[in-house]
Ligand binder design. Structure first.
Ligand code: FCB
Length: 461
């Protein structure tokens, strides 16, 4: 086929998942509870009352899932390690059975010729640490470093690529300000403290991974392309506040070693006089990285809006005087997210323009779409919309590379349909369908398309 975008030799194609979304076995082999167990078991918080207790039962079926990856022909598999399997109480003894599961998974991947890429934190904080303040307190970052050291001691010889945190925006702001993710809090300074302590935890984990001698260390951010609803000065100023909350709060400390100069305008009294930052933190946070992981799904359209809560003591950290509006004239996915691949190119090109040589090579660590797909009479899943989404976003990625952005890899989200957080099992992002009653896996048309695309790359197949 000639209509597949061609990527340079050595470009990494992969697929991604996360522990709580696929593993199940929530109470097995000494795993402790995480904030997502608590959140999903609280009535009314997750659609359909769904939990990750069983999920895709990947904990028991991982050999079958690795075989799906092998047949897909991917170079790399991005998975996450469940902290509460390794340190069930958040601090104290390490659970050998937890380490053993990931050790077996890694060996299975290596035997299939697939490079493991491990994420240390994809949101499943041990509940015991939340009970002691969670990411609001600095001690959690220190516990994260200890957990990282324990994992690295076991896996650093076989896992070349490491990601400290997945999408800290979601941990800090969906978790502690909007309350739509675990632990479900709606706070102002608590959420800003969480954002800072996540970055400190990242910095401490980078040190541990370097000490263990791993090949590549990075962090994954969900950077957003914020578009103004109109060309008015007020909407353009709202975009700056949205950029600060979504992007600059991470990229400025990580890549430039400074806090955003727009933070006072964005957070006002919530950020002034805060006491959670310490001397030396910026040096820790801005240690050089081997790559930046970027997750990208959709643009956000931003309009100016009044403060929802005038009293700073009651205000949340995401009340930044803007509102999200709809992007007209484009298809929306089952998440109701607009499909606009050109914004993916724009995001990457503007990131390069902003940070220049300070921007490390990029890996797209997630990209994909949720669609209302179903099994047809012929037994297949004809997910044409997902195929189009992937095709157009890979072409948009290629365009960013042609414009000078150094991108080294792309991981489709997700290998499997899985537990989509507050949406439960209702939203399907997999290129493989999972029947949750039987745990049967059915590769969708998008799986076959991705396999052909990889095989058609110059010098392969
Ligand atoms: C990202 C998450 C991932 C998945 C996708 C759809 O924000 O990292 O776990 O939920 O969105």
């Amino acid at each position: 086929m000639t209509d597949f975008p061609a990527f340079p030799p050595g470009f990494v194609f992969g697929a991604a998942t996360a522990s709580y979304q696929i593993e199940g076995a929530a109470r097995e082999d000494g795993r402790g509870p995480s904030i997502w167990d608590t959140y999903s078991h609280t009535p009314g918080l997750v659609a359909g009352g769904d939990t990750g207790d069983v999920a895709c039962d990947h904990y028991h079926r991982y050999p079958q899932d690795v075989a799906l990856l092998r047949d897909l022909g991917v170079d790399s598999y991005r998975f996450s390690i469940a902290w509460p399997r390794i340190v069930p109480d958040g601090s104290g003894p390490v659970n050998p059975k937890g380490l053993d599961f990931y050790s077996r998974l890694v060996d299975e991947l290596l035997a299939a010729g697939i490079e493991p890429a491990a994420t240390l934190y994809h949101w499943d904080l041990p509940q015991a640490l939340e009970d002691r303040g969670g990411w609001r307190v600095r001690a959690t970052a220190e516990r994260f470093a200890e957990y990282t050291a324990a994992v690295a001691a076991h896996l650093s010889d076989r896992v070349p690529r490491w990601i400290t945190l997945n999408e800290p925006w979601c941990s800090a702001f969906l978790g502690y300000s909007i309350g739509r993710h675990a632990p479900g809090a709606r706070e102002g300074r608590g959420a800003l403290a969480a954002a800072h302590h996540l970055l400190v935890g990242h910095g401490l984990a980078v040190r541990e991974l370097r000490a263990a001698g791993v090949r590549e260390v990075g962090i994954t951010l969900n950077l957003d392309r914020n578009l103004p609803a109109t060309g008015s000065a007020a909407d353009l100023a709202a975009v700056v506040r949205a950029d600060t909350q979504h992007n600059l709060v991470w990229t400025e400390p990580l890549l430039a070693g400074r806090y955003p100069d727009t933070e006072e305008d964005t957070w006002g009294e919530l950020i002034t006089g805060q006491d959670f930052r310490r001397d030396g933190d910026l040096e820790l946070i801005s240690q050089p990285l081997d790559f930046l992981g970027v997750n990208y799904y959709r643009p956000i359209v931003v309009a100016d809006a009044p403060l929802r809560e005038a009293d700073p003591a009651l205000r949340t950290a995401t009340d930044n005087r803007y509102a999200e509006t709809r992007l007209p004239g484009v298809r929306h996915t089952a998440m109701d997210w607009p499909v606009a691949p050109d914004t993916f190119t724009d995001l990457l090109v503007s990131l390069k323009r902003q940070y220049g040589r300070a921007l490390p090579p990029v890996h797209i660590t997630e990209n994909g779409s949720a669609e209302n797909d179903a099994v047809s009479a012929d037994g297949a899943v004809h997910d044409d919309d997902r195929v189009a989404y992937l095709r157009d976003h890979l072409a948009a990625l290629r365009a960013a590379m042609d414009a000078g952005v150094d991108v080294r890899g792309y991981y489709v989200w997700s290998l499997l349909d899985n537990f989509e957080w507050a949406f439960g099992y209702d939203r399907r992002f997999g290129i493989v369908r999972v029947d949750y009653d039987t745990q049967r896996r059915t590769p969708k048309d998008s799986y076959h398309w991705y396999r052909k695309m990889i095989a058609a790359q110059p010098g392969r197949g």
